[in-house]
Design a protein around this ligand. Structure first.
Ligand code: HEC
Length: 136
């Protein structure tokens, strides 16, 4: 192998490790976020209505069949928009689900508006990655 080839191989190996670590971190954070913000309605592991269902007029659906309902492809963008809620995509309307984009951003108010927005998006992305990981 040429020297250049070796270097390139090392770089792509390093990138592969980083990508895997990134996804794993995203899922772990996402799972914690999920347990604190979503499980009360969507159930632990996304398998169906949690204890909050008795207080809602619309029963929260399970979230492990989102890919199956979309021809096997996880609808990443739509899920992020539903979690965000600020985009007006159906899913958390009425007395159903809170608008998490605004909740997450408000929680970071002290960081300043730009940093708060980045933080809120990171949390929503972690949640979406977690949901992608629990699809059946
Ligand atoms: C207060 C209860 C409640 C909480 C908390 C909640 N949801 Fe929901 N969620 C609902 C309800 C109710 C619906 C169904 C709304 C409808 O059909 O209009 C829904 C719908 C959804 C959908 C669309 C499902 C589909 O089949 O189209 C997704 C995705 C979702 N929620 C994700 C989340 C995530 C992620 C969290 C945590 C950040 C969360 N929800 C927290 C009540 C809740």
């Amino acid at each position: 192998m040429t020297r250049q080839g070796t270097v390139r191989g090392m770089i792509s190996a390093a990138l592969a490790v980083l990508a895997t670590a990134g996804a794993a971190i995203g899922e772990e954070t996402g799972e914690e976020e999920y347990l604190s913000a979503c499980a009360s309605c969507h159930g632990v592991g996304g398998t169906g209505p949690g204890p909050m269902k008795d207080y809602l007029s619309v029963a929260p659906p399970g979230l492990t069949g989102l890919a199956a309902a979309n021809d096997g492809a996880f609808p990443m963008l739509k899920v992020i928009q539903i979690i965000d809620g600020r985009t007006g995509v159906r899913g958390h309307g009425g007395d159903g689900m809170p608008v998490w984009g605004a909740v997450f951003k408000a929680a970071e108010r002290e960081a300043g508006s730009y940093a708060a927005e980045i933080e809120a998006r990171g949390r929503m992305l972690s949640l979406a990655l977690y949901l992608e990981a629990i699809q059946e």
